[in-house]
Design a protein around this ligand. Sequence first.
Ligand SMILES: Cc1cc2nc3c(=O)[nH]c(=O)nc-3n(C[C@H](O)[C@H](O)[C@H](O)COP(=O)(O)O)c2cc1C
Length: 191
Amino acid sequence: MIKLGIIYFSATGATETLAQQIEQGALAVDDVEVMRFLIDKRLLIDGRFVEQDVLTQLGKCDAIIFGSPTYMGGVASQFKAFADATSELWCEQLWANKLAAGFTCGSAPNGDQSGTLHYFFTLACQQGMLWVSIDAAHGYTKHNINRLGSQLGVVAHVNAEGVHETDKATANYLGQRVAVLAKKFNESEFQ
Ligand SMILES: Cc1cc2nc3c(=O)[nH]c(=O)nc-3n(C[C@H](O)[C@H](O)[C@H](O)COP(=O)(O)O)c2cc1C
C-alpha cells in the first residue's frame, strides 16, 4: 500500500477543492491510501505550527503534496508556519527520497502563483525530496489539462464561479501521477 499525504492551507475553499481533486486522482490508482491535512487554526499557536502528530503521519508517507493559496506572490503564512516546523526533520533529512509535488491558486490568471510553486520546490529540495512535475505541455496535451502552462505544479485561477474546471482536472491528474510514480519508485531498487 502506497501512502500519499496532502498538506495545505485554504481560507475560502479553493485550495481545498484542488486538494480534494488530488485525493480523488490518487485514489483512482490501486493500493493507494491518502491522508489529507488542512492547516487550520487548531494546528497553529501564536503563528507556530504545533501539531507533531501531523508531521509524524506525513513521515510515514511515500509522497507529500504541498498546497497553499498564493498570497502576495508566495505561500500563505499558515503554510510557511508548517514549513518552518519541518526544520526539525531537516537535520537528519528524515523526508529524503519521498516524492513531492505542489499546487496553488490565485484570483488572477497570472497572479505570480509560480512564486508559490518555486517555494514548495525549494522546501522539497531542502528535505531531500524528489520533485514530481506535470508532464503535460500547454496546448499539446491529449489530457486537456494545464491550460495555464505550469509544469512545475498545479496553478489554478479562481473567480466568482470558483475554481476553473480544467484546473480541477489538472489537480486530479497530478494526484494520479504522483500515486503512479510513488508505486513505481517503491518497487524500484533506489529508495
Ligand atoms: C492576503 C492575500 C493575498 C493574495 N495575493 C494574491 C496574489 O499574489 N496573487 C493572486 O493571484 N491572488 C492573490 N490572492 C487571492 C487568493 O490567492 C485567492 O483568493 C485564492 O483563491 C484563495 O484560496 P483559498 O480559497 O483556498 O483560501 C490573495 C488573497 C489574499 C487574502
